[in-house]
Design a protein around this ligand. Structure first.
Ligand SMILES: Cc1cc2nc3c(=O)[nH]c(=O)nc-3n(C[C@H](O)[C@H](O)[C@H](O)COP(=O)(O)O)c2cc1C
Length: 183
């Protein structure tokens, strides 16, 4: 049976080395179905979006616009910063929405995961992210919603993500995303 490849563009919303969100993204990558081809979109080196740059060929901008355009789904795994989306994530959302009329978001699919050591799991950032993506014409996977709370408690002594409930939720998320991509 031939398996159709699914191109997953991964955005990790945290730039820090020991990021819990990166651990979550790594777990998802590790359990992903074979037909998922995951490529990360690096966001740490992107200049802050400036409309004056619309007329200039910015290599890093073209790279990420191309990666989004080529993806079947954009998977965002992100922390919450001050009850919203981290600036680095908002930056790529803006970059790929422009120049006007030539944005690459419309008609795309996306899925959102947030993780936080706090009790709300990055809920507010996750909802803001959904709102922004919907405004850009992106369909966002509806369920399961993953706002992983107390995420540091899901790590074992070696710093590995091993908590059974967290992993079960992420497994369910991967299955739902895969089924949605088959549609
Ligand atoms: C600027 C800043 C703002 C933050 N604001 C929130 C917040 O609003 N809600 C929350 O749950 N955690 C907040 N945090 C804590 C992050 O959830 C925590 O640092 C987490 O580890 C970040 O994810 P990461 O480990 O993937 O980098 C904030 C952290 C920073 C650096």
């Amino acid at each position: 049976m031939p398996h159709h490849v699914r191109h997953i563009a991964l955005i990790v919303g945290s730039l820090r080395r020991d990021s819990i969100n990166r651990k979550v993204a790594d777990y998802i990558t590790g359990v992903a179905p074979q037909r998922w081809q995951i490529s990360e979109i690096e966001i740490g080196d992107l200049p802050l979006y400036n409309q004056d740059l619309d007329a200039e060929p910015i290599e890093a901008y073209e790279r990420v616009r191309g990666q989004i355009a080529a993806a079947d789904v954009v998977l965002v795994v992100s922390p919450e910063h001050n009850r919203s989306v981290p600036a680095a994530v908002k930056n790529i959302l803006d970059i790929a929405s422009r120049p006007a009329g030539r944005g690459v978001w419309a008609g795309k699919k996306a899925a959102v995961v947030t993780a936080s050591p706090g009790v709300y799991g990055g809920l507010s950032a996750g909802l803001h992210l959904r709102q922004i993506l919907q405004a850009l014409g992106v369909s966002v996977l509806v369920a399961p919603e993953v706002y992983l709370s107390r995420a540091f408690d899901a790590l074992d002594e070696q710093g590995q993500l091993t908590d059974a409930r967290a992993l079960a939720l992420l497994n369910r998320f991967v299955q739902a995303l895969d089924a949605w991509l088959v549609d």
